[in-house]
Design a binder for this molecule. Sequence first.
Ligand SMILES: *[C@@H]1O[C@H](CO)[C@@H](O)[C@H](O)[C@H]1NC(C)=O
Ligand SMILES: [Mn+2]
Length: 427
Amino acid sequence: MQLLATSSILLAFAHLCKAHGNHHSDESSFNPVDFADEEASLEDIWGGFWPYQGVETFAHLPHTECLIDDQETFDIGIIGVPFDTATSYRPGARFGPSGIRKASQRQDMWRGFNFRAGLNPFDDWAKIIDCGDIPVTPMDNALALKQMSAAYDELVLKRNSTFDYSQSGSQKTSPTRVPPRFVSLGGDHSILLPILRTLKKAYGEVYVVHFDSHLDTWAPDKYPSYWKSEASDFTHGSMLWLAQQEGLIAKNGNLHVGLRTRISGDSWDDFDEDDEVGFKRIFADEIIDLQATGMARKILDYLPHDKPIYVSVDIDVIDPSAAPGTGTMEVGGFMTRELIYMLRQMETLNIVGADIVEVAPAYDPLDITQLAGSQVAYELITSMVKKGPLDTSLLADPATVATDEVDIIDKLINDESRIANMRMPFL
Ligand SMILES: *[C@@H]1O[C@H](CO)[C@@H](O)[C@H](O)[C@H]1NC(C)=O
Ligand SMILES: [Mn+2]
């Protein structure tokens, strides 16, 4: 808005000159702000601001409570998910959305041109808004999962995008309603399960690209405890396993990027199980030989270009030296520059949704992590805008999407053989 402020002043100048019919008045006495200018709107006069001013929406985007306002149409929504009680180590990602929004304040429409992509995502074809937060409970994870699942159903399945498909010859079909896309601000990584539940209904099975230092495909029993409940299976390390059990993601062809955590026990068992969940693994160390360019090529070679892709970015994929504000740090990760480069190369994919999760601002009073998180969101938004309006051929035919939802957590908790089969604690 700085530019707007400047242009308002120029406009005021122009009006002033017009009124007095004199383009060469004494400049030393010229006051460029004419408060008596009747043609200046209040928006002209008061609409400008500096980055640190105003209420902190993501990138100063307009704010709508999208869960409540069912008439709002938009193409990309930013949605905060302040939930962190499925965390296995340090909590704090419930403050991720507010931390990322705060760190995003130097992004705005007027200084938003992404030169790496050659466009300004905030000033292009897409209407982008900040949808606020999902009001998720910190007191009961089973209830929280229900809330988040219902919220994404509301946001994705019951809102409409603004792009007029009937005017677009390039689109194969012209459905009556095209879901907006979302960039979610976590929250711990468990929020991916409710997101994928909803996306299955909109697109069928999606292909997940998972930037993370951890697998997050662990079966709930890999967190050994005699004590189990419906809610305790739902964690930020088991959500991808649960998603595959529920049939939400591609059977094969999903991808991890940036892995480097230790794995369980004294064998490759976790990787074998990861194979079964349908993931290929690209390790953090591979960047030493491949460079970021080779990493990006490997990612693009592996993923289908004609299928719906979901991009999930755990901030812990970045090295802790550059992103300490997270729950489960692992040394030896990417530089922020390398991650940005890889994300930029993915703009050719059909990204139907994305998130940046596990930002826990309390561990990073310098806001470096939150800043990285806000840049990740900006790059993901840029990629969605650059690819263009959603390709409607990606949408699932509602007739082919199973309506009987499988709630794997309900099933698991009723499986009495589990405790007998459970591994001994290795911690
Ligand atoms: C969604 O938006 C499109 C384009 O503006 C419009 O043609 C269509 O009627 C809308 N659908 C619904 C269900 O509101
Ligand atoms: Mn994770």
